[in-house]
Write a protein that binds this ligand. Structure first.
Ligand code: HEC
Ligand code: HEC
Length: 438
């Protein structure tokens, strides 16, 4: 009897130790490389106390839920260049949730565009427009996921008054007049989005707010703002910015792993994380909670005009990266390190959309040879060099980024409807048909 128990215990202890061991080594190796995983833990989207925010615009549930509709609302798109396109576009025309809050094509088009396809890949310029008239920028749209952790927004970090922009006051409003808003010290997103509403031809007045059905929501979100100032681009920006700060990819396998669910990631994803935080050194630049960072690095990638971008050219200031904003030669061709969640949902990649797939991106980093001859070697980051990854390591790294960093439930951030009742995020006839809005 005793002997049987002993054998049973020995065997089960052995089996347990084995499975535990083979499951745990990868976790231990990850923990070893990562240090304190809490550094990378994103707050829940309603954990307002722990989401980075601006003192000028404290987070509230009513601002977030208003912003959640305004971001997709075509009803304010009344400053369209041609009347045919009035009230047909929104922020969501270029930041599409199912595409990781970017468009599924090289460039976003809002006013002047037609169609959406599934992920925005089918959006085209309307033939009523010529390229100079459309709303499109000379860089690939950044994702707005986890943007609460971005103290200085845009590829060149030009918005936001603190952080890396402390000391750059003399440049505010110079190369890009919109950045003069930094002087108001409203918060990077709050300031940027006031200007963004203008750039993207979205107008807010009391009449439009009422006509589109939002008056009560503005009243609930901004009771302390005098009524004469309550229905404006500024309050709309504050609501939208609050919503953007709540867009956190907390359900991604890597986030669940950080919170203690060691089974949330596959072995392949874990091996990929080990490459990311170890041998490949990705973490030297991608090291903030959103796995981006507010630092500027030159990888020497191509610009958007070379890859089919409209309304842009070799002379586009955006091609100069941080240097185009600061005017400092040291900053030329350096771009902000972007966040890495839900990137597998849609390519292409890099500010000039030069890589179609994540595999190509990893290959580019692994080769460590820059592709844009206009960027002098002296500007290229010393961290960009051949990495010597083998096929297995590259595959694992792709699995970590594509799947380990993918929140499968971004739909929770999309409203059921917008108050105007219009088709959203796009309301042009082609998009309506493609989305089944009629
Ligand atoms: C025509 C396409 C388009 C539309 C419409 C659009 N965006 Fe963008 N968005 C972009 C592009 C392109 C960038 C990157 C530009 C750059 O950095 O040079 C960007 C960047 C951003 C960023 C900065 C993210 C970061 O990490 O720095 C935020 C925030 C943002 N957009 C919010 C909005 C909001 C809010 C709206 C609606 C008012 C909006 N966008 C409408 C194309 C668009
Ligand atoms: C030298 C700093 C640095 C290192 C090291 C680095 N990155 Fe990046 N990463 C950047 C910058 C900067 C960009 C944007 C460059 C641009 O578009 O001009 C970027 C872009 C990306 C993108 C495309 C994001 C998008 O929105 O298009 C991915 C994916 C990526 N990096 C993954 C990785 C991986 C994986 C590694 C490790 C093999 C890595 N990075 C190492 C700085 C770095």
């Amino acid at each position: 009897m005793r002997k049987t128990y002993l054998i049973f215990f020995t065997i089960s202890a052995f089996v347990f130790a084995c499975t535990h061991e083979s499951f745990g080594t990868l976790d231990l190796e990850m923990l070893n490389l990562i240090g304190d995983p809490k550094h990378y833990q994103l707050p829940d989207s309603d954990d307002f106390a722990n989401i980075p925010q601006s003192e000028a615009n404290p987070l509230t549930a009513s601002k977030v839920s208003l912003g959640k509709m305004l971001f997709y609302e075509p009803g304010f798109g009344v400053e369209a260049t041609h009347p045919e396109n009035r009230r047909t576009f929104s922020c969501g025309s270029c930041h599409i949730p199912s595409a990781g809050f970017r468009p599924g094509r090289i460039q976003g088009i809002a006013d002047g565009g037609l169609g959406i396809g599934v992920n925005g890949e089918a959006r085209m310029m309307s033939n009523v427009y010529v390229p100079s008239e459309i709303d499109a920028q000379g860089a690939r749209p950044l994702s707005v996921l986890n943007v609460a952790f971005v103290t200085n927004t845009m590829w060149n970090g030009s918005f936001g008054s603190e952080g890396v922009n402390a000391g750059t006051e003399a440049r505010w409003g110079v190369a890009d007049p919109g950045t003069a808003i930094n002087h108001e010290r409203l918060g990077a997103l709050e300031g940027q989005n006031i200007e963004g509403l203008k750039v993207h031809r979205l107008l807010y007045t009391k009449e439009l707010v009422e006509a589109n059905g939002y008056k009560q929501f503005f009243d609930e979100a901004f009771p302390d703002v005098p009524t004469a100032e309550r229905y404006t681009r500024k309050t709309a920006s504050f609501a939208i910015s609050a919503y953007l700060r709540s867009l956190l990819t907390t359900e991604a396998p890597f986030q669940r792993w950080i919170k203690g669910d060691r089974a949330a990631m596959t072995e392949e994803q874990k091996r990929g994380a080990i490459v990311f935080f170890g041998k490949a050194g990705c973490v030297r630049c991608h090291n903030e909670p959103n796995l981006g960072s507010v630092t500027f690095q030159a990888l020497g990638v191509e610009d958007l005009f070379e890859n089919g971008g409209l309304k842009t050219s070799q002379a586009d200031l955006r091609n100069l990266g941080r240097g185009g904003f600061t005017g400092n030669p040291d900053d030329l061709y350096k771009f902000r390190v972007p966040q890495l969640y839900n990137l597998g949902d849609s390519g292409p990649y890099f500010h000039g959309s030069s890589k179609q797939t994540l595999e190509e991106v990893i290959e580019y980093f692994n080769n460590g040879v820059h592709e844009n001859p206009r960027v002098p070697a002296s500007q290229i980051s010393p961290f960009f060099h051949p990495l010597g990854l083998n096929e297995e390591e590259k595959k694992d790294l792709v699995a970590f980024i594509r799947d380990g960093l993918r929140d499968p439930n971004l739909q929770r951030y999309v409203p059921e409807q917008v108050m105007s009742g219009l088709c959203f995020p796009n309301n042009d006839a082609v998009s309506q048909a493609q989305m089944g809005c009629n």
